[in-house]
Write a protein that binds this ligand. Structure first.
Ligand SMILES: Nc1ncnc2c1ncn2[C@@H]1O[C@H](COP(=O)(O)OP(=O)(O)OP(=O)(O)O)[C@@H](O)[C@H]1O
Length: 899
């Protein structure tokens, strides 16, 4: 970055007005034409226009023609090109042109589908607003990260992604700069540090866009945004959508190739058979090519991508933002969910429900007053703004109810030392100078606070020694409160004597001992609406739920019980830490649901690992910075969008915009639905191959005595014209009833199963082939044709032959309609699903019928496709075909359900 240092500020800040970010803050403020009160709102708006939004320039999109080109030279398309060339060489220009049309239309279609998929993923950005606290015109305001401008004064805190290049002006941080420097350990950055670093990136007073704050809080001055940041400069962050193919796509790709190989094989095999049956070389070659073209499944992959993208969209609208297309299917095969408690199972709306210390503490008593005093000191929340940790807001609200209030500004100016709440230590300590004395205020998990207490506040407000009996009594209190589902905090304080202006701030070992226990507070945090239903839903879907929480075992077990999680055993996090790999796996593979209490992020990581190794598909929730490794390790890392940190959101695959457990299970349901739908259209596409191929076999096996029941162009019309829209519509099927009453799909089970192939080829396909050939034969026989009679152009029977092939074509379409309805469900009856619940399918079928009508009755199309208008009796015969095909499958499904 070229930094120009200007001593005489220009009247307006343009794109090049940059100060040296390492110069003294006052000078930097002047150079950036900002103030200690931040920029005014109008100036910020003006700079946004001049400097542009705080975004990295998107990696230039591939031009559309290149995307189309990729589709045209796609390996399966290349196969079709070869076929077209062969057709041209063998003299069938018509077929060659038709194949080229197929390729072009297919490429266009695939291009459209992929654009849709990309859009769906890009639209997700909108669901994950990225906001920061900034100071503008002296007031703290939430600003969208993309609207930050150079000169903005912003707040940084643990868990946040650094939104711009920032000079620290107050506070200290630890930042993870891995994305920029590859450094794997967090580094310390502080406003007061002495800056003697060589490189800009190593300066201890600067933090850069793209790094993450792993600890601390600070304020800073943004000196570069968007493309002007170091990150923008080295363009390390590629913004392109993760294009890694999902296991599903890989599977389907393999299948597509397999089918393509079979198609080529069948085409090649037809050549000698056709010749033996008496066809000329040209005719045999044309049909061989036709067979090949008909069976190359060129549309399969893009259709699957589109179905996944539609799933991603649908999930986002339900509050689960999936960051990778492939995650949709993994989410659907989840077997175990490890969930947090606070805010996920519970509403994160806390109120103080009980205050106790051996006896209930009466409001207005001296103990209550002291307790309130400690609580207002030991806090960083702001009750007036509602800003801060919900636990602390609840405690402040209770203190206010007891008549004790302290303005945050006064609190902060009295404060000497602050040890924020950290999940690791599970307690918080402040040291304040109050009325000439140094006072320590502590609150936290009872196991953390009680061992540090030496005394206990009596009902009259005087301290007594905390002997073994009193300790037991207090511990019983904790159990009693936790047992009814309350989150319990022990509150304690200590007087360190008169203020000594020369003293250095005491360390935590000094402050957090010999405390006087003031009280126990029990906070009620009710279960969220809908969670109990979602838990029951998971159970019927065969999904196990473990609670992994930092809270007390009894509290967590009670909350778990209330939402319907069985909580068969409560396991302490420390116990897990002491377990061997094998022991942990044994614990987790037992058939019960567990509550892991007092769990640390390391515990979470081990649990995720152990579950994954025992073959489970694990969805693990998390919100803190330290949860990131576990979120990455789980099959599906789930971050909290509302309360979670940026770091967790970045590590996760799924972000719940409302933090709700019920949303997660909705995501699982959606994942299952999408996977099911992919199966539905694969079934549908597979089924039609049989009635297309069998007529050729009949022709070949009869040695030509039975003429070809279908022309090559008619096959292409089916493949490209009639089958496409219904197949797409099947990708949008609503969830099948019973979707969440089935056990999760085994990890090893692919998209294509033996049962599915049997249903596609053995039932739907074979039945269709019989019906189709029946109609073909009926039309010929009705007109007096006998096996072996010539039907070629110029013969007496040629017109009848044209009608017969047209009847075959129409019969395939009729059977396709039946197949589409059958494919809509795998288990349930069509009645349970409802005939009209997928309007897209109805439209697709209407389109299919229209297309067929045009092909059969429009003279121009008749010339090209070799069709002829069908007599009324044939139409009557075709009418029940859809019902027949669907009906037989319906009966088989009913039998399967009974079994
Ligand atoms: N602001 C706080 N100050 C002091 N102690 C706290 C504070 N918040 C929580 N605690 C204590 O730390 C314990 C663990 O809290 P933590 O927030 O880590 O877990 P949690 O959020 O309840 O768990 P989960 O992972 O299920 O969301 C609580 O039971 C409480 O005793």
């Amino acid at each position: 970055m070229t930094l120009t240092h200007r001593t005489a500020p220009a009247p307006v800040a343009g794109p090049d007005d940059v100060g040296d970010p390492r110069e003294p803050v006052t000078r930097l403020l002047r150079d950036l034409r900002s103030t200690a009160q931040g920029l005014s709102a109008t100036e910020a708006a003006r700079r946004l226009v001049v400097l542009g939004p705080n975004e990295l320039a998107r990696a230039a999109r591939r031009p559309w023609w290149r995307s189309v080109l990729t589709q045209v030279v796609h390996p399966l398309a290349l196969l079709l090109w070869v076929a077209a060339a062969l057709a041209a060489v063998s003299g069938s220009t018509e077929l060659a042109v038709a194949i080229v049309v197929v390729i072009v239309l297919n490429a266009g279609f695939a291009f459209w589908q992929e654009t849709q998929a990309e859009r769906a993923v890009e639209a997700l950005q909108g669901y994950l607003p990225d906001e920061v606290w900034a100071v503008r015109g002296g007031a703290r305001v939430r600003v969208a990260a993309r609207e930050l401008v150079r000169g903005d004064l912003i707040a940084l805190e643990e868990g946040q992604r650094v939104p711009a290049d920032v000079r620290l002006v107050g506070g200290a941080l630890e930042v993870d700069t891995a994305a920029l420097t590859g450094e794997s350990y967090p580094v310390a950055r502080s406003a007061d540090a002495v800056d003697d670093a060589g490189r800009l990136l190593d300066s201890p007073v600067l933090v850069f866009s793209g790094s993450a704050v792993t600890a601390g809080t600070a304020t800073g001055l943004a000196f570069a945004t968007g493309a002007h940041t170091e990150l923008g400069r080295i363009a390390a962050l590629s913004q392109r959508v993760d294009a890694e193919p999902s296991p599903l796509e890989r599977q389907v790709r393999r299948v597509a190739w397999l089918i393509a190989a079979v198609a080529v094989g069948a085409g090649l095999a037809f050549l000698p058979i056709g010749l033996l049956a008496g066809l000329t070389l040209t005719t045999a070659a044309v049909f061989a090519i036709g067979l090949l073209v008909a069976n190359v499944p060129e549309g399969l992959l893009p259709t699957i991508t589109l179905a996944l993208a539609a799933g991603v969209r649908q999930m986002a609208s339900r509050g689960a933002v999936v960051k990778r297309l492939s995650a949709v299917e993994t989410l659907g095969s989840t077997t175990t969910i490890c969930t947090d408690k606070t805010g996920t199972l519970t509403a994160n709306r806390m109120t103080v429900a009980a205050v106790a210390l051996r006896v209930e503490v009466a409001p207005g008593s001296p103990v209550a007053a002291t307790l309130a005093q400690v609580l207002v000191r030991c806090s960083t929340a702001d009750l007036a703004d509602g800003d801060g940790d919900p636990t602390e807001l609840a405690l402040l609200a209770w203190a206010r109810g007891s008549g004790v209030e302290l303005a945050p500004a006064v609190r902060d100016s009295d404060r000497w030392v602050l040890h924020r709440f950290e999940a690791r230590f599970r307690r918080m300590t402040t040291v304040d100078r109050v009325a000439g004395r140094v006072v320590v205020s502590v609150k936290g998990a009872p196991e953390q606070v009680l061992p540090r207490c030496a005394a206990l506040l009596g009902a009259d407000g005087t301290a007594t020694a905390l002997d073994a009996a009193a300790r037991d009594a207090v511990e019983r209190d904790v159990e009693r409160l936790a047992g009814v589902g309350l989150r319990v905090l022990a509150v304690a304080r200590r007087d360190l004597g008169p203020v000594d202006p020369a003293a250095v701030p005491p360390d935590r070992d000094t402050t957090d001992r010999d405390l006087c226990l003031v009280g126990l507070v029990g906070l009620e945090d009710p279960p969220r609406d809908g969670v109990a239903g979602a838990v029951a839903g998971c159970h019927t879907a065969g999904i196990r739920i473990h609670v992994v929480t930092g809270d007390h075992g009894s509290t967590a077990a009670e909350i778990a019980r209330r939402v319907g999680i069985r909580a068969d055993r409560v396991v302490d996090g420390e116990l897990v830490d002491a377990m061997s790999e094998g022991e942990l796996r044994e614990l987790l593979t037992a058939d019960d649901e567990l509550v892991f209490a007092r769990a640390t992020p390391e515990t979470k990581l081990r649990i995720a690992d152990a579950l994954h190794r025992s073959g489970e598909v694990v969805a693990m929730t998390g919100d803190g910075v330290n949860d990131a490794p576990a979120l990455r390790r789980a099959d599906i890392g789930v971050a909290m969008g509302a309360s979670g940190t940026d770091v967790a959101r970045e590590a996760a695959t799924v972000v719940l915009t409302d933090d709700n457990f019920a949303t997660l299970t909705a995501g699982v349901e959606e994942g299952r639905r999408v996977f099911d739908n992919v199966r539905k259209f694969v079934l549908y596409i597979f089924a039609h191959a049989v009635p297309e191929v069998v007529p050729f076999l009949v022709f070949a096996l009869s040695g030509g005595a039975i003429p070809l029941p279908l022309t090559v162009l008619q096959i292409l019309a089916i493949d490209l014209g009639t089958e496409t829209l219904p197949a797409l519509a099947l990708g949008r099927e609503p969830a099948e009833p019973g979707l969440m009453h089935r056990p999760p799909r085994p990890r090893s089970e692919g998209v294509i199963t033996g049962r599915m192939l049997w249903r596609a080829w053995g039932v739907l396909g074979l039945l269709s082939a019989v019906l189709v050939l029946g109609v073909f034969a009926a039309v010929l026989l009705h007109a007096g044709w006998r096996p072996g009679d010539a039907v070629g152009p110029g013969t007496a029977l040629h017109d009848v032959y044209r009608q017969a092939t047209t009847a075959t074509f129409a019969a395939i379409v009729a059977c396709q309609i039946g197949t589409a309805f059958a494919a809509r469900t795998e288990w349930a009856s069509l009645r349970a699903v409802g005939l009209a619940t997928n309007p897209l399918l109805l439209w697709g079928i209407a389109g299919e019928l229209l297309f067929t009508g045009v092909l059969v009755y429009w003279p121009l199309a008749q010339d090209v496709f070799g069709t002829a208008a069908l007599p009324g009796w044939v139409l009557l015969v075709l009418l029940p075909f859809p019902v027949l095909v669907w009906g037989v499958d319906e009966l088989l499904r009913a039998r399967r359900r009974r079994r």
